[in-house]
Design a protein around this ligand. Structure first.
Ligand code: SAM
Length: 230
């Protein structure tokens, strides 16, 4: 799967997308991520991509003509009509694990547009396929939201993670139990330094070696977590 991110600040995304698991997936050719600087599609000598809003008001608005030119070129590179254009905006549909699963099933390459400043000219909404928000809060730009979408989608693609790691995961739509069971590792007994909590231990059952009992315990814990009010 190929991802192209259209942004004014590609340097913000570079280290995150090329590190750790995503970096390895890129090296292995499982995914491709292209960071595209919106200024490359500006036509004046100042490389302008935004302008003041009609009707007045604070901030700068990203221009529809610049974004449209960028999309036309990127679509022809990213498997033509097989690409899907996603606008990151706090006003979009809430991005969830179900959305990530759906984008994997769709199997279309993704072009993600990260906004900045006041956002976009409203007409940009007419030239995209989908608008996604990562939550009901406002960030300075769409770079983090774009990275969130790429990360959540990419890790579900075959070859990125060990399939066992995806089993029983929180929020998966493949199960009605939506939160994963608790994990523990060494040391098997630990007393936190700064809080009066006393000794925290690992449940004995996890050290019993009885895989059937462990599976039953995990299922029960996942159920309890899923139904426990926050
Ligand atoms: N003026 C806009 C509003 O009130 O809806 C907010 C613009 S925000 C400062 C700049 C850009 O950051 C947006 O165009 C969008 O690309 C991105 N952004 C900020 N918060 C976001 C969120 N929760 N989800 C997705 N994108 C977001």
């Amino acid at each position: 799967m190929k991802f192209a991110i259209l942004t004014l600040f590609p340097e913000m995304l570079e280290p995150f997308l090329h590190g750790s698991i995503l970096g390895r997936a890129i090296e292995q050719g499982v995914i491709e991520i292209e960071l595209c600087n919106l200024r490359d599609w500006a036509t004046d000598k100042h490389k302008s991509v935004d302008d003041t809003p009609y009707g007045g008001g604070p901030g700068m608005v990203l221009r529809v003509d610049v974004i449209d030119r960028a999309l036309a070129e990127l679509k022809s590179k990213v498997k033509g009509q097989r690409s899907k254009v996603i606008l990151l905006t706090p006003q979009g549909q809430q991005f969830t694990q179900a959305t990530a699963e759906q984008l994997v099933t769709d199997d279309r390459d993704l072009i993600l547009i990260a906004g900045h400043y006041e956002g976009f000219d409203e007409r940009v909404r007419s030239i995209v396929d989908r608008e996604l928000s990562i939550g009901d809060y406002v960030l300075t730009g769409g770079e983090l939201p774009a990275a969130v979408v790429v990360d959540a989608v990419a890790r579900l693609l075959p070859g990125v993670l060990n399939p066992e790691s995806l089993k029983d995961e929180s929020f998966s739509t493949k199960s009605s139990i939506t939160l994963e069971y608790p994990h523990y590792t060494r040391p098997d007994s630990y007393t936190p330094i700064s809080q009066q909590l006393g000794e925290l231990t690992v449940p004995d059952i996890l050290k019993s070696g009885d895989h059937q009992k462990i599976a039953a315990w995990r299922l029960n814990e996942a159920r309890k977590r899923t139904h426990k009010p926050l």
